[in-house]
Write a protein that binds this ligand. Structure first.
Ligand SMILES: Cc1cc2nc3c(=O)[nH]c(=O)nc-3n(C[C@H](O)[C@H](O)[C@H](O)COP(=O)(O)OP(=O)(O)OC[C@H]3O[C@@H](n4cnc5c(N)ncnc54)[C@H](O)[C@@H]3O)c2cc1C
Ligand code: SF4
Length: 620
């Protein structure tokens, strides 16, 4: 760890070197940065070096050579310059992640959790143990929401199915043993630091594990709204697929598989209770969310793997059923290319996949059917690497369902040590206008909410974060993004002006909810105007603020290999068949033609089920 980073952490967290919890933060931060892509790591270090250089210019000494008071004055000087605030934010986000974990570990342990249940069996084989040459009736690339459902459908129809997953298998017992941040760095691709470049830049985290992003999702289950299905029929020509009755039957089947039910009130936690209280006060529609977590104990760790096995992510639900029907899962298997026979009569045809093992060696699986379900950010690069990305809309049409958060401070503890569901209550009052608010309380530092201040102010915020309630809002967006390149990880997303206005309206709505629930103070999330003690102050704080000043993240990328009837517009046809080649199906979030306006896992799985069943029917 460089002196610049050490000095920066000490300055941000007002570490007086007295052995209190901030002392462990640099070490924790180092481990986190190691899991991130080189460009993010370098970006962080460059920002830290810039802050250090600013300190040297102001005081003649570097940050780690200054006393606590001087360090704080330097950062306060930086924070007072609006043009330099983004620099400060770049360094604050990972420091807060590491700090949240160190603080958590320094607290007295909660009552011991009951032992983790045994996970249902999976037929997983590490790529190193899989033969160099093999055959299957179908290979499925990616074991997340879409891939799992496609694999189960094909295996149940009697096909020999092999699922290829780049990540490894994680068990519920492991989740119970390891600290949240250690799990975070491994379960997320790029250590959770996948960023869409644009104005403003946006973090777009996705999972990499057996079970894909469902391992780290919040378990919220919304059915695809009828108005979205109507749009898919009318604008994208998905007449049969998006028929409300037919698609409704697929959604029913997915809900049965995931054991979806409304979350009982007794484990919601205060964050959720305050959302209900605020909505009640305003007369707004709100209710506990429907989730796939029967027996949820409210341990509030969904985004780093459920330690009680309650959340029915697909490695605990759909994939065991696929394996029971004969599917096999190869782990640590990075699919490099879909193999094709270009000169077949009737046009090019898929004939298998080439896979890279972790040691760099390759294996091949020959198969007449390849289902691509690598997620909306990784499916387009794989198609390009395979010479199948020629359609001009491949990788375009990226919608992300942008999200932002607001926090409110209450007189009594919100995180009171009792059970609490991470994402607990949905406020649907503005949903028809494209705004969905959900009470969301992730583990410390892991939210998209960035605490205000530097030095003692930030430290005090962290120490007092138990009195904060956090709400998040997602807005239905126009698909303004692109996945670039052949290797993945290069994204561009520009917020449409209409969506910027929606985000600001969502921020105002969350402030109204928090004040209506009795918040003493609302933290806006806007660095230039971070606090408001009354609704009037809140309105004033947002005056002149644009969406570009908000902290945005996005958890629901979709649409990059969209299904549609018009061959000019959609790279895949309404049955999920990739155009221009036989034998390749798209069955993940890429296939959704537009933002589903809700948390998307049910929509993705229902669509993958429909695509899989269509392929089985077509094969007779
Ligand atoms: C923090 C968070 C919370 C969320 N909460 C919710 C929620 O509460 N409710 C909800 O509905 N949705 C939620 N989501 C979104 C939801 O989980 C995803 O939309 C969904 O899992 C996407 O499904 P998918 O099949 O497209 O891709 P994924 O589930 O991401 O699966 C893709 C898999 O493919 C693998 N892969 C990629 N490239 C390759 C390759 N070349 N070779 C082999 N394998 C490869 C990846 O490792 C990954 O495991 C959340 C997402 C996040 C990040
Ligand atoms: S709140 Fe805790 S117990 Fe409930 S599903 Fe999430 S991680 Fe599992």
């Amino acid at each position: 760890m460089s002196a610049a980073v050490r000095g920066l952490v000490a300055a941000l967290l007002a570490d007086a070197g007295d052995g209190d919890w901030p002392t462990g933060v640099p070490h924790r931060l180092d481990a986190l940065l190691a899991a991130m892509p080189a460009r993010t790591r370098h970006g962080f270090r460059a920002a830290a070096a810039a802050v250090d250089a600013y300190a040297a210019a102001r005081t003649g000494r570097r940050l780690d050579r200054l006393g606590p008071g001087e360090r704080e004055r330097v950062l306060a000087g930086l924070a007072a310059r609006p043009a330099l605030l983004p620099l400060l934010d770049v360094v604050k986000v990972p420091v807060l992640l590491a700090a949240g974990t160190e603080r958590l570990l320094a607290q007295p342990p909660r009552a011991a959790a009951p032992p983790a249940p045994q996970d249902p069996p999976l037929d997983c084989v590490p790529a190193g143990e899989w033969p160099d040459r093999s055959r299957a009736d179908a290979v499925v690339v990616g074991s997340g929401a879409g891939g799992a459902m496609a694999a189960r459908t094909l295996a149940r129809a009697g096909l020999r199915v092999v699922v290829l997953e780049e990540g490894r298998r994680h068990t519920t017992a492991e989740f119970g043993r390891r600290a949240p941040l250690d799990r975070f760095a491994e379960l997320y691709r790029d250590g959770g630091a996948t960023v869409a470049l644009g104005n403003p830049p946006m973090v777009v985290p996705t999972g990499r594990a057996v079970g894909g992003t469902t391992v780290v999702n919040s378990g919220t289950c919304y059915r695809t709204p009828d108005r979205v299905l109507a749009r898919w029929r009318e604008e994208y020509g998905l007449g049969d697929l998006a028929d409300p009755v037919a698609f409704g039957a697929y959604l029913d089947e997915v809900e049965r598989t995931l054991r979806v039910a409304r979350q009982p009130q007794d484990v919601l936690g205060r964050n959720g209770a305050l959302a209900l209280l605020g909505a009640g006060g305003l007369g707004w529609r709100a209710a506990p969310l429907r989730r796939n977590a029967p027996g949820c104990r409210g341990s509030c760790q969904c985004v780093v793997g459920c330690p009680s096995g309650a959340k029915q992510s697909v490695q605990l639900s759909v994939l065991p059923q696929a394996c029971a029907a004969g599917a096999r899962i190869v782990t640590g298997a990075h699919v490099r290319r879909v193999l094709t026979e270009p000169d077949r009569p009737g046009g090019p045809r898929a004939c298998g996949v080439a896979v890279r093992r972790p040691d760099g060696s390759e294996l091949e699986i020959l198969s007449p059917l390849v289902v691509v379900a690598a997620g909306a950010l990784r499916t387009p690069p794989l198609l390009r690497r395979s010479g199948l990305g020629g359609h001009p809309r491949t990788g375009r049409n990226l919608a992300v369902h942008p999200a932002t958060s607001v926090a409110g401070r209450f007189a009594e503890p919100v995180a009171d040590g009792g059970p609490a569901v991470l994402q607990s209550v949905g406020v649907e009052e503005l949903h028809e206008d494209g705004i969905l608010v959900e009470a969301t309380a992730p583990p410390p530092g892991m939210g998209s909410f960035v605490l205000p201040g530097v030095g003692r102010e930030l430290r005090a915020e962290l120490e007092d974060s138990g009195r904060l309630a956090t709400f998040g809002a997602m807005i239905a967006d126009r698909p303004g993004g692109r996945v670039l390149g052949r290797e993945g990880g290069l994204l561009r997303y520009d917020l449409d002006p209409r969506d910027g206005r929606r985000l600001l309206r969502a921020v105002r709505a969350m402030g109204d909810l928090l004040f209506a629930a009795g918040a003493e103070e609302v933290l806006t999330g806007v660095p230039a105007a971070p606090r408001a003690r009354t609704p009037r102050e809140f309105t004033a704080a947002l005056e002149g603020v644009t969406a570009r000043q908000l902290h945005l993240s996005a958890f629901h990328p979709t649409g990059t290999v969209a299904l549609g009837a018009d061959p000019e517009v959609a790279p895949a046809d309404p049955a999920g068949r990739l155009r221009g080649v036989h034998g390749v199906l798209i069955a993940d979030a890429s296939a959704l033609p537009s933002c589903p306006e809700v948390n998307p896992q049910l929509s993705i799985m229902a669509l993958a089920l429909a695509v899989g069943e269509g392929a089985v029917r077509a094969a007779g």
